[in-house]
Design a binder for this molecule. Structure first.
Ligand code: IMP
Length: 425
């Protein structure tokens, strides 16, 4: 009997989900994105070629896996077709493997323009977004005026909706930002042209997935970004605009009880891209060491990731909120060679920790650290838990104790085989 898996980052994204997808791809028949858009980024090495996926589920490069973009995803058709074109170099018949929900909201050029103008305006709400129009498209979605994939197939409808949208956005561009307006005809024609290209990809995502599950096939839901970037439960306003935690049901159209096993991914330290509070951030030599050794550069924007110690308070909270059954701990080898490894196990603050976590306002917190001795014997490339040095093992046991769920998988290097499997699934 197949299983339904969910995979989700437990920090601020970039935890290294690709490794897990790689690992379970042989057991799954379908991979599904349910939120976010092309703000995500996974770099995969296929036949010695690096390929970056932003919108497509990263499992698409594995054989016999059908891939789905559920209704909760915001889709830039430019990005989708570019990614398909790029991936076609190494993946055959990509179009036959992909199904897009007609209920997906479309990212239009005015969404991207407004996102970027706001970011450049240096107002108090500068988030450090990826500048891809993600938040602005979700704004239109909840404002019930967004253009969805289905709208491309009704010319009159599309015409009227785009016209209304441009009246609104061009007013903003001219008056608030003193910018040139966007030409209606150009984007209307482009949408119609892209409709033809999109047509063969459109399908009934929720039904197809339900049928696969009923047939006993295994399905993987790939969360993008990370739990702490969730619009409702994350470090608001420094978040992305979708529900990373618990978004599967509304983002695909299946029951929340369909998930058999949820795996959370966490780095052995913490990184963050963009603005927002980060209590354990290290602006020192150790921060630089983690960034360089961990290759901490964003796959989507090329920005340097901020680095810091593992925050066990936030990790435990993300585990609790998301209800993951186990954790995959990644990049433990990056800690090889450090004299001391710190883990945040409390905060000095005026408010009780529970109240801080309810608002997720993490400003002005002084982390309280538990200190672990570093290890001399490297963990790099190991694939058996018994081969890990005793101190690294104790570090892992301590994180398990703090979070209350088992660490079922440990990544010890970038290669597929640099992985320790303990009791996965
Ligand atoms: P947006 O999703 O482009 O609106 O950006 C909002 C915040 O989420 C910014 O801090 C981004 O850096 C962050 N973000 C969005 N996608 C990712 C991701 O895939 N990994 C890490 N951070 C992300």
């Amino acid at each position: 009997m197949g299983k339904v898996y969910s995979l989700l980052g437990l920090q601020w994204g970039d935890e290294g989900k690709g490794k897990v997808v790689d690992h379970i791809s042989k057991d799954i028949s379908a991979a599904v994105r349910y939120q976010g858009g092309h703000n995500a980024g996974h770099t995969l090495i296929v036949n010695n070629e690096a390929i970056v996926f932003h919108l497509l589920p990263s499992a698409i490069c594995h054989e016999n896996i059908k891939c789905f973009l559920g209704r909760g995803v915001v889709v830039s058709l430019d990005a989708l077709f570019e990614e398909i074109g790029d991936a076609s170099r190494i993946i055959d018949n990509i179009e036959t493997k992909l199904v897009v929900s007609p209920a997906c909201s479309l990212i239009q050029p005015y969404h991207i323009k407004l996102d970027q103008l706001r970011e450049r305006s240096h107002s108090s709400t500068t988030i450090g977004t990826t500048g891809r129009g993600i938040g602005t498209t979700y704004e239109d979605r909840v404002g019930r005026r967004g253009i969805r994939a289905i709208d491309l197939f009704n010319e009159t409808n599309l015409h009227d909706k785009l016209k209304e949208a441009l009246d609104y956005y061009n007013f903003l561009f001219s008056n608030s930002f003193k910018e040139e307006p966007i030409d209606f005809h150009q984007i209307y024609e482009k949408n119609l042209m892209q409709a033809e290209q999109l047509k063969p990809l459109i399908g009934n995502v929720s039904n197809e997935i339900k049928n696969l599950i009923d047939e006993g096939k295994s399905v993987l839901f790939e969360g993008a970004q990370g739990a702490l970037l969730d619009v409702s439960l994350g470090t608001y306003p420094f978040v992305t605009s979708s529900n990373v935690i618990g978004g599967i049901s509304s983002g695909v159209g299946i029951s929340p009880t369909a998930i058999d096993y949820s795996l959370g991914i966490a780095k052995a330290y913490t990184t963050r891209v963009g603005e927002g509070p980060f209590p354990t951030e290290l602006n020192d030599e150790i921060g630089k060491f983690l960034a360089e050794k961990g290759g901490e550069v964003g796959a989507t924007t090329g920005r340097k990731r901020r680095c810091g110690w593992l925050d066990a308070i936030l990790l435990k909270h993300a585990v609790y909120l998301s209800g993951v059954d186990g954790i995959c701990l990644t990049k433990i080898d990056v800690l090889d060679g450090l004299d001391t490894i710190n883990v945040c196990t409390g905060y000095e603050s005026k408010l009780p920790v529970e109240d801080i976590l309810e608002s997720m306002n993490l400003e002005h917190l002084e982390p309280i650290y538990t200190h672990f001795k570093g290890w001399d014997e490297p963990t790099y490339g190991l694939n058996k838990f018994e081969d890990l040095n005793k101190i690294a093992q104790d570090y892992i046991f301590a994180i398990e104790d703090m979070c209350g769920v088992p660490i079922v998988m440990i990544s010890t290097g970038p290669k597929r085989e640099d992985t320790i499997i303990r009791n996965l699934f």
